[in-house]
Design a protein around this ligand. Structure first.
Ligand SMILES: C[S@@+](CC[C@H](N)C(=O)[O-])C[C@H]1O[C@@H](n2cnc3c(N)ncnc32)[C@H](O)[C@@H]1O
Length: 236
């Protein structure tokens, strides 16, 4: 079996991949990482900024934990809509998802049915549950091609020491293009070379306190005017 379930320091479970030799979430706390990095620094930031519709692109749908937490957050805010696109090339088998017990673990067992529906939904078909719309795409990150379509990117690929090619210019420029102006990208990674690569693509980059024992995480945004835009305007 390529994937096995492991318990992390906050008591929540995650998966360990034999193929990639890495876990799906931080071993210092899977749920803590998802909430701090993706929901609080990403979704909440846009909701606080007044967004009533948030178009999320998740790079690495995996266990669906980020989707579940975002769905639950969305239910607690009136009059908003979350349109969630999850990219995942290697979907996790349904029995493993069930064994993770995420809805019960986070104290929301009543959403187990919604979580199962998210996993059972076929790729390329939009599922609507309350104010949450989910569209899963079974494609490689490298093959995405979106233009100004998202307000928020959850960049949750395996870390640079596992998949270094995903943290470099080619994919970062695709994500920059995918974001609408003022859109955000959030990720647990705070590696210096990654942040320099983000800046080179035109992102404004911010370091925020990370989850658990991790000092930093990264939030980056596509501002209306960047040094890169100015440079390109000055070229004949
Ligand atoms: C860190 S895990 C994502 C964790 C996920 N967000 C969750 O909450 O469970 C990274 C995910 O990226 C997927 N992945 C790895 N390489 C990929 C690629 N080139 N294209 C698309 N998905 C990929 C893996 O299968 C895995 O599900």
């Amino acid at each position: 079996m390529d994937l096995t379930s492991v318990v992390t320091d906050d008591g929540s479970t995650t998966l360990f991949s034999e193929k990639f030799q890495v876990s799906y979430h931080s071993l210092q706390g899977a749920v803590d990482e998802s909430i701090t990095v993706f929901v609080s620094a990403g979704l909440d930031k846009l909701l606080l900024n007044g967004y009533r519709r948030v178009r999320v692109l998740e790079m690495g749908f995996g266990t669906g934990l980020n989707a579940l937490l975002s769905y639950i957050r969305g239910l607690s805010v009136s009059d908003i809509q979350i349109q969630y696109t999850g990219i995942e090339a290697y979907p996790v088998p349904a029995d493993l998802i069930t064994s993770l017990q995420y809805p019960a673990q986070i104290g929301y067992a009543q959403h187990a049915e919604a979580f199962t529906a998210m996993h059972e939904a076929p790729a390329d078909k939009t599922l609507t549950i309350n104010n949450f719309q989910l569209l899963k795409k079974q494609v490689l990150f490298e093959d995405i091609d979106y233009q100004n379509e998202f307000d928020l990117i959850y960049f949750d690929a395996f870390a640079p020491n596992t998949q270094p090619e995903l943290w470099e210019s080619e994919l970062l420029s695709k994500m920059y293009r995918a974001l609408a102006t003022e859109g955000l990208l959030v990720t647990y990674c705070s590696k210096g070379s990654f942040k320099r690569n983000l800046k080179a693509e035109g992102f404004q980059v911010e370091a925020l306190p990370g989850p658990a024992r991790k000092r930093e995480m990264t939030r980056a945004w596509k501002s209306s005017t960047t040094i890169k835009d100015i440079k390109s305007k000055l070229k004949f």
